[in-house]
Design a protein around this ligand. Structure first.
Ligand code: ZN
Length: 467
């Protein structure tokens, strides 16, 4: 008589965002399917960025499906490379994430091509000719593999694996993903937003689950209680009084919308003087269009509504710079003015030209409204560097640099633990991921202290059995 076969235990592999804040990739394996949750690029320090060039740790041809939490590059930016290496399956994402990936991924491909061209012109690549990690065309091609999955809709994403998204309140379309593998439930928080987000609904409480992966970007920090616009308004008033320009390096998606909306509120309340506002980023302007449409269509994760009182993203004197000529004209602006431009961590893009011009003059300011990853120029500015290298030369920092972590699209330690505490029952194991080493460890300790749940901080490439 044969013994009943035990169902083999599902496995979880941490292929990124373990001990670091970028490169989110979590692989779930059952006897029937391999499902990858998120497929991000590594960003920041060079040794991390080099990881993007290593072969993917498992053969992409053997992955059946990708479940995508949101459209930030550190969560979706490796998808074109995965597809180029043979991944042919569906990529499940909310409609908002899919729309934003349609902007973010081709732009990322374009940047990869520019980097390769630059390396070829200046002859510093080991490979001759230097090749891009992927091209804009690769990125456009991978968009065809996207399948829309709305919030709360449970579907089979691969054989005997079901997925359900719930709103994470981080950027438009951002979700936490619940994966059901036979009798085992795994919840990946994705990036969790803050209840104070002026455009998006707060994160939904977690569903019942056996295992949780929770992000820990701000796992060691506490955001101030003060409303997010207070320090922002004060910094703008100081800059205006000096007659300077405020440069806001801004992530093209979401931060630009929040900054514009807050500027509008501050202007309406008379808390800042009238001054021209420039958005100098074609990608940010594309994302703005997606946000406007989501508001018009009452997307389920959006709480802002049009009330017939004008564009919620126009603070009054808005100039949208799309062409290079329009961008160059901004350099004639002496101030007071606000210049919003990407990239958000000053790793590239048009914001470098504005920073190179504005940093040496103490009348100006730089307002940092997002998390600045280790190894980026934005982090150097946040840490008080006296000079930063950009466009081939060192630029002295005499402008006022203002850190505004309250603007962050990420929950702080207390908000993260509050979110977990709203679970219907304690999970069997909680993993803190997507944080620098100290942040992931601090969140782990906070969860132990407050909830007394079993919690671990996984190592990079660690494999765990889910039983
Ligand atoms: Zn994110």
């Amino acid at each position: 008589m044969s013994r009943p076969r035990r169902t083999p235990t599902p496995l979880l592999r941490f292929l990124g965002a373990a001990g670091t804040v970028t490169g989110s990739r979590f692989l779930l394996e059952t006897p029937h399917a391999r499902v990858l949750v998120d497929c991000g690029l590594f960003q920041g320090l060079k040794q991390l960025r080099l990881r993007n060039w290593e072969p993917f740790p498992v053969d992409p041809k053997t992955i059946d499906a990708v479940v995508l939490t949101h459209a930030h590059v550190d969560h979706c930016g490796y998808l074109p490379a995965l597809a180029r290496a043979g991944f042919k399956g569906p990529i499940w994402a909310t409609p908002g994430t899919r729309a934003l990936c349609g902007i973010v991924l081709p732009d990322s491909g374009h940047l990869q091509e520019e980097d390769a061209n630059y390396a070829n012109r200046h002859g510093y690549s080991k490979h001759r000719p230097a090749k891009p990690l992927y091209t804009e065309q690769d990125a456009v091609r991978v968009l065809r593999q996207f399948r829309a999955l709305g919030f709360g809709e449970r579907t089979e994403v691969a054989k005997q694996v079901q997925a359900t998204f719930s709103p994470a309140g981080h950027i438009l379309g951002a979700a936490s993903a619940l994966l059901e593998l036979g009798g085992t439930r795994v919840l990946v928080s994705g990036d969790l937003g803050r209840a104070s987000h002026p455009i998006l609904c707060p994160p939904a409480p977690p569903p019942e689950t056996d295992f949780v992966l929770i992000e820990s970007t701000y796992g060691d920090r506490r955001h101030e209680e003060a409303p997010l616009e207070d320090h922002f308004a004060e910094a703008l008033v100081r800059t205006a009084e000096r007659g300077g320009c405020a440069v806001v390096p801004s992530f093209a998606v979401d931060r630009t919308e929040v900054v514009l909306h807050v500027l509008r509120r501050l202007r309406a309340a008379g808390r800042i003087p009238p001054m021209p506002v420039y958005v100098d980023s074609p990608m940010a302007l594309e994302a703005l269009r997606v946000y406007r449409r989501a508001i018009e269509e009452h997307a389920p994760d959006v709480r802002l509504e049009f009330h017939g009182d004008g564009d919620p993203f126009d603070p009054g004197d808005l100039t949208e710079a799309r062409s290079v000529e329009e961008s160059k004209e901004i350099s004639l602006e002496r101030g007071p003015a606000v210049i919003i431009s990407a990239s958000g961590m000053a790793t590239g893009g048009r914001v470098l030209h504005h920073l190179a011009r504005c940093l040496p003059d103490p009348r100006n300011s730089v307002l940092l409204v997002g998390f600045q990853v280790e190894g980026t120029r934005g982090r150097a500015l946040a840490d008080g560097a006296p000079a930063v290298k950009m466009l081939g030369r060192y630029v002295p920092v005499r402008a006022e640099v203002v850190n505004l972590p309250n603007f962050s699209a990420h929950a702080d330690q207390q908000e993260l633990v509050d979110w977990l505490a709203a679970s219907p029952r304690p999970p069997q194991m909680t993993f803190t991921v997507h944080g620098e080493v100290a942040a992931a460890a601090a969140l782990r300790d906070a969860i132990t202290a407050r909830l007394r749940w079993p919690v671990a901080t996984p190592r990079d490439l660690e494999v765990v059995r889910l039983d």
